[in-house]
Ligand binder design. Sequence first.
Ligand code: HEM
Length: 465
Amino acid sequence: MQKTQATRPFSEIDGPRGRPFVGLAPDFLRDPISVLTEGFERYGDLVAYPFGPRRGPLRNVVVAAYHPDAVQFVLTETERTIGRGPSSTRVLGEMIGSNLMTTDGAEWRRQRRTLQPLFTPRRVAHYTELMHREAERIATEDVPGPGSEVDLHLLMLRYSLRMVGAALFSSNIDHIGPELHQLIPLTNDLIIARTTTPVRLPLGVPTRSNRRFERVHRQLYSLIDRIIAQRDGHPADEERDDILTRLRTARDPETGDGLSSQEIRDQTLLMMMAGHETTATALTFALHQLGRYQDIQDAVAGDGTDGTDGAGGTDPVSVVDHAQRRDTLTRATLLETMRLHPPVYMTEHAATEDIELGGHHIPAGTALFLSPWVTHRHPDFWPDAERFDPTRFLGAQDRHRYAYLPFGGGPHVCIGEHFALLAATVLLSTLLRHYRITVSSSEIAIQQTGNLRPDEPVLATLHPR
Ligand code: HEM
């Protein structure tokens, strides 16, 4: 680390005191978004949060960086002086194996090199027709009837599961929906509990919590094995062009090595878990916002159909063509939704060497938090931050590149970003061409374990247009 004269010591980073011995751990486990937001409002761009004693050998102080300059530093230094949060990554690995989210260094680079070509915008565009087919099915087969009330989140989970199932396995995986939707929050809870426990016994020690952890781990793998076996057991009429086939034939461009079958299980399980719920959450919040703001909804419904799509078009365009365009109100609506409700509202990192961040010295080993939720509301970068205004994302934008990070950034940027945005754009366009949506409540109660998700059904009425 290059220390400048002005570098201030770690101990001078301000932050809440927390409770004796345990610091803010209980408050954080209960309501992380409030702890992060209040820390920023009170102490500013860099905040020290005690998660144990503030001093002594058991000291555990986590630093949250909210200013886009510091966000940029953390994300772009990743794989150099900054790595993943060690405990959460280790525990995630115990649950879902060795994959892009649980490795770093040379092993992660090898995996990323091999998988990256599967997720380029051009490659992902091949799935647009398939996404449109699944979106039409949702609009025509899954909405109970004209003027009926639906749970938007359930509907979006169904869409994103079908879409992920079709893209990953060319299979209809509707039948695993109930099991998976029960397993995802359970998995999150177990991972958080094991990450934050003061004494983490090896999984081989048969404590009650270890046995539960192992049981859920086995259930997840049994699920992925059943899906793969079901898919392989059905001969395809034509050559399949799904992600599983591509994983099986993918080669590391540097060494020519392929992935083992265990690695393929781990990566597909990760993609199913990482891609499915996050996309559904983004869509649920987007539809809910549009239910609140009917004028914006009408504009999005007309986007692409009346020649005023912001992309200079003058003819109505199909959902599939419209989804390929970048500067559209539909896409801007999704981006603005994820500004206010980023499905991944916080990420954890750690300094692997001594660094300087926000003018302070940070010793190696310190855990670092970034929070899209807080940075996306930073008043210096987002005027009138609480206002839902998709036009922020239309046309030329000269804001700080790291003031917006729903998909992270730097080397570990979300590999599924283009896929998720495309799938969500297609669904939004399709559904709004069929229905006008009104919502029953102006707010969505939020559950914050793991990722963001609605805590209760998000009720809406779909009126045929
Ligand atoms: C709206 C939907 C999504 C959101 C908001 C989202 C968000 C994120 C974020 C913030 C990260 C960085 C995490 C970190 O730095 O610790 C990430 C990483 C990742 N995401 Fe996504 N994601 C979404 C959809 C998807 C989809 C559809 C897939 C898979 C097909 C996916 C697969 C991954 C993987 C594999 C990583 C790890 C990348 C690496 O470290 O190399 N995500 N995602």
